[in-house]
Design a protein around this ligand. Structure first.
Ligand code: ADP
Ligand code: ZN
Length: 672
């Protein structure tokens, strides 16, 4: 069943040993530690074999009286070293008791005997007593007790060195365990700062082209420039044209962001480094930053090339947020290093950074500044047409019976993303193979769909027909309000394709620089945002959870208007903006708080009533629009003009904050 084998793009992933020769066996540092350990052990053994015998006070008295003692040195509070005069070493009991002193680096001045003295006071009184006797006899010199601070190197090494060695050994062991995966065993610890990027270059080519990426026409057009640049960097550098350094692909998971980035590399025939943002963040301080450095170093060597960072939000989250808990220093260091590296290479060096995220709103603003990720490309969930195209791409690799068309499958899969579709095709092929069919038929696809949808339903991504109808009216409600409210910003696109929470466009539609906005515009925006829920109420006489993000948005807007912009008569011309930011305490009284709350509720309620009234008046248009949405899933401005007629007002000036495009859909909000 050759035909049934879907090409798996992960199979051409061939991790390379981080661009380093790889062939030579690496010198294994583990051996150094093992050797040091062995050395210490040997030392320990010899030390014991040559350890001097203990002497007693009787011995000392006896030897002192014979004049055999050379030095008597107290080396620590409990121990004294006894040195016998060299010419006496061969006489008496010394001949047997003294072991030939072994001289090593650590014990150059080995004593002949050691003694347990109990304490320095005891020793000193004993020595005094012995000396008294000697002086009385007048035959020999009294012995002199010296106190010296000696470091017993062997003991030090054993007592401190060994534990440290054991600790290091353990550490290496743990690192290896954790480091696991790529890179193979051994030497892992010295690779910890190396980037884990997978490299696709001449040896392991990216053989994905734009033909493998279905739909996404606008996105493809945008990245075409990058391809062109990579293919022919000279053309651009000569003219001094500015090429984006960083391209941020924004969209829900599975919509083909990685695929698109790979296709860019494939089209340009350029090396492609692929890494996930989370790969940078380890539990070790400084690792992330050094991995970033390493990645860019490698990339510069391979330039022109593409670095693709998936899930960039793992490192790119706004700095300083939630700093209270601490512990994100490591992430911040990594992000800082990334910013430094991005600033550090001139565009004409030919390293282009592509990154993917589905949470552009949480990214640090510094990342989005010009010269960094200054180009954002939104990648939406595919609509009916897009899904059909994706089905076509994936059906090319399987043998499908003629009654199955991409169009029928596309109709059956609202809300699916590319990854889901690839999954369905693969499943269907597997099922057909199991059933020993010669071609994959509709029955197999149905079975596969059930299976995939079953998995997706758990994740709450799939919409039932009833839900679809509610969404259609909800979205149509927004659109109608936007169309017929003078100051609202009409939507350029209405869609019932579910979008992930906080999906794309958010940053584009909400300009960070505040333009001056008039109150009636804000109120119309509020009315339009409430239009979704209002439509549900007008049409079904029921409301759903689908408006959560709408409500969230307008509640904030209403408070902003009243508390920060002084747009409420009852509260007056006050702004608590900086005071609210500066202190934990409310800068206004309980009474004012009450008035603010009532004003917020009143304002929202007024707009809700206004939206419902408007929608009742325009019920015919609302129904027509919802119907069209159910059929086509996506409507553009031109379609709107056909369905509901020309907009009775001229559009408000662009740049003013408009209706925030639907973030969150009924289905995804239900999960919240
Ligand atoms: P993302 O990076 O957005 O999470 P991927 O690029 O990893 O998604 O997509 C996963 C898989 O889904 C791809 O390998 C491909 O098989 C399939 N896929 C996604 N989008 C498309 C598309 N537009 N055309 C063809 N296949 C797609
Ligand atoms: Zn809505």
């Amino acid at each position: 069943m050759e035909d049934n084998k879907r090409r798996d793009d992960s199979s051409d992933r061939r991790p390379e040993e981080n661009g380093e020769g790889g062939g030579l066996p690496r010198f294994n540092f583990m051996w150094v530690f093992i050797l040091i350990g062995l050395g210490l052990l040997v030392l320990q053994v010899t030390k014991f074999s040559g350890k001097p015998e203990n002497a007693s006070w009787t011995d000392i008295e006896k030897w002192a009286k014979k004049g055999q003692i050379d030095r008597f040195i107290v080396v620590n509070p409990k121990e004294a070293y006894v040195y016998i005069k060299p010419d006496s070493l061969t006489v008496g009991d010394h001949a047997t008791r003294v072991k030939s002193p072994k001289k090593t680096m650590f014990n150059a001045d080995q004593p002949n005997y050691v003694m347990n003295i109990g304490s320095v006071e005891v020793a000193s009184s004993k020595v005094d007593k012995i000396n008294e006797a000697i002086i009385k006899e007048k035959k020999q010199q009294p012995i002199e007790m010296k106190i010296e601070d000696r470091i017993n190197w062997t003991a030090v090494m054993i007592n401190f060195g060994l534990p440290i060695l054991i600790f290091i050994g353990l550490w290496i062991f743990i690192l290896r365990r954790m480091g696991g995966g790529a890179g193979g065993p051994g030497g892992q610890i010295f690779n910890i700062g190396k980037s884990k990027a997978t490299l696709f270059d001449n040896n392991s080519k990216v053989n994905i082209t734009f033909a493998d990426v279905a739909g996404l026409d606008e996105a493809k057009e945008e990245v075409m420039e990058v391809v062109d640049f990579l293919k022919n960097p000279k053309k651009y550098t000569v003219l001094g044209g500015k090429i984006p350094k960083g391209v941020l692909l924004v969209g829900p998971p599975g919509t083909g962001k990685t695929l698109l980035a790979k296709a860019v590399a494939g089209e340009a025939n350029a090396p492609f480094f692929s890494i996930s943002g989370s790969d940078f963040v380890e539990m070790f301080v400084g690792v992330g930053a050094s991995r970033v450095r390493d990645l860019f170093r490698q990339a510069r060597e391979k330039a022109p090339c593409i670095i693709f960072i998936d899930e960039i939000d793992a490192i790119g989250r706004a700095r300083g947020r939630g700093a209270v808990q601490g512990g994100n220093d490591e992430r911040e260091n990594t992000l800082n290093q990334l910013l430094v590296e991005m600033d550090g290479f001139p565009t004409d060096k030919g390293v282009i950074l592509m990154a993917a995220t589905n949470r552009p709103d949480i990214l640090d603003q510094a990342l989005l500044r010009p010269g960094r990720f200054d180009r954002q490309i939104g990648i939406d969930r595919p609509d009916l047409k897009g899904r059909a195209q994706i089905f076509k791409v994936h059906m090319k690799n399987i043998k499908v019976s003629p009654e199955v068309t991409a169009e029928t499958l596309s109709e059956m899969t609202p809300g699916f993303v590319g990854a889901d579709i690839a999954n369905v095709c693969n499943e269907a092929a597997l099922i057909a193979a199991r059933r020993e069919k010669t071609a994959v038929d509709l029955d197999d696809f149905n079975y596969a769909l059930d299976k995939v949808i079953g998995g997706l339903e758990k994740k709450n991504k799939i919409i039932s027909p009833e839900e679809k109808q509610i969404i259609a009216y909800h979205e149509a409600g927004h659109a109608i309000c936007g169309w017929f409210l003078e100051h609202a910003h009409p939507l350029v696109k209405v869609t019932i394709v579910p979008r992930g929470l906080a999906a794309l466009g958010y940053a584009q539609y909400l300009p960070k620089e505040q333009y001056i906005t008039r109150k009636e515009k804000l109120l119309d925006d509020m009315c339009m945002t409430l239009g979704g829920r209002a439509a549900e109420s007008v049409v079904f006489d029921k409301i759903s959870t689908g408006a959560q993000s709408d409500l969230d948005h307008i509640t904030r807007l209403a408070y902003d208007m009243i508390v920060n912009y002084g747009l409420s008569d009852k509260v007056g011309n006050v702004s608590y903006y900086s005071m609210l930011n500066d202190s934990f305490n409310r800068p206004f009284s309980e009474q004012t708080a009450f008035i603010i709350d009532t004003e917020v509720k009143n304002m929202i309620e007024n707009e809700y009533v206004r939206a419902k009234k408007l929608l009742k008046e325009k019920r015919k248009e609302l129904d027509a629009l919802a119907k069209a949405l159910l059929e086509k899933e996506v409507l553009h401005r031109a379609d709107l003009e056909v369905i509901v007629g020309k907009r009775p007002f001229s559009d408000p000036t662009p740049g003013e904050s408009g209706h925030v495009p639907e973030v969150g859909t009924p289905s995804s909000d239900e999960a919240a």
